[in-house]
Ligand binder design. Structure first.
Ligand SMILES: N[C@@H](CCC(=O)N[C@@H](CS)C(=O)NCC(=O)O)C(=O)O
Length: 199
């Protein structure tokens, strides 16, 4: 299978991390967002939404949306619980990630890291901090009670939220006020087969 992606994007890195942990063989095809490669006719023919990550299966099918890709690739693995309620809780965190976490933390990081915090987006950047901290507080509350977001084992819910949380400082978020999140980040980083964004 092929994965169209950019390792610096948290949404794409989630897939790289899952593939590393589950030792899933794949071909990684770098796509440069800033050069407009997601908007080329060739790429839009694969994903009309013009976004990475995109999984291209050997069957000729394509699958977009990072969390859908995680669910697909993690099927029948220990990273996706078999129990219906536990599985729904994984989805609960993944929907939370897309609606209450990523739109603040990933966007603040994009404005700062990719765009170099231009003056005309400074107010927007500042506004994103409130929503980002709210999401981090929700995670902190859960992680003060359990080692992982869904119980006592790593699941793809953790991989989804790890993607942008571990680089949240690049969006101006100081994680030192979230001890449970810091301990969780450390726990994930020490997993056998873990790879970093730099890898
Ligand atoms: N909800 C999507 C978001 C994907 C997304 O926003 N991808 C960004 C990179 S992180 C992208 O491809 N942007 C390029 C563009 O919009 O042209 C997911 O989780 O995969």
């Amino acid at each position: 299978m092929k994965i169209y992606a950019d390792i610096k994007s948290g949404n794409c890195y989630k897939i790289a991390l899952l593939c590393a942990l589950l030792e899933i063989r794949h071909q990684w095809i770098h796509v440069d967002i800033l050069k407009g490669e997601t908007q080329s006719a060739d790429f839009l023919a694969k994903n009309s939404n013009g976004k990475i990550p995109l999984l291209a299966l050997d069957s000729g099918d394509y699958l977009a949306e990072s969390n859908a890709i995680l669910n697909y690739l993690a099927q029948d693995s220990q990273l996706l619980p078999a129990d219906t309620l536990q599985r729904a809780k994984v989805l609960q965190w993944q929907f939370f990630e897309q609606y209450s976490h990523e739109p603040f933390i990933a966007v603040a990081r994009y404005i700062n890291l990719y765009l170099g915090l231009p003056q005309e987006r400074a107010d927007e950047y500042k506004g994103l901090q409130t929503g980002g901290h709210k999401a981090l507080s929700v995670m902190e509350k859960q992680l003060s009670k359990t080692d992982y977001l869904v119980g006592d084992r790593l699941t793809i819910a953790d991989i989804s939220l790890y993607g942008y949380t571990h680089v949240a400082h690049q969006g101006g978020f100081d994680l030192s006020q979230y001890p449970a999140i810091l301990a969780w980040l450390k726990r994930i980083k020490s997993m056998p087969l873990y790879i970093s964004m730099q890898d």
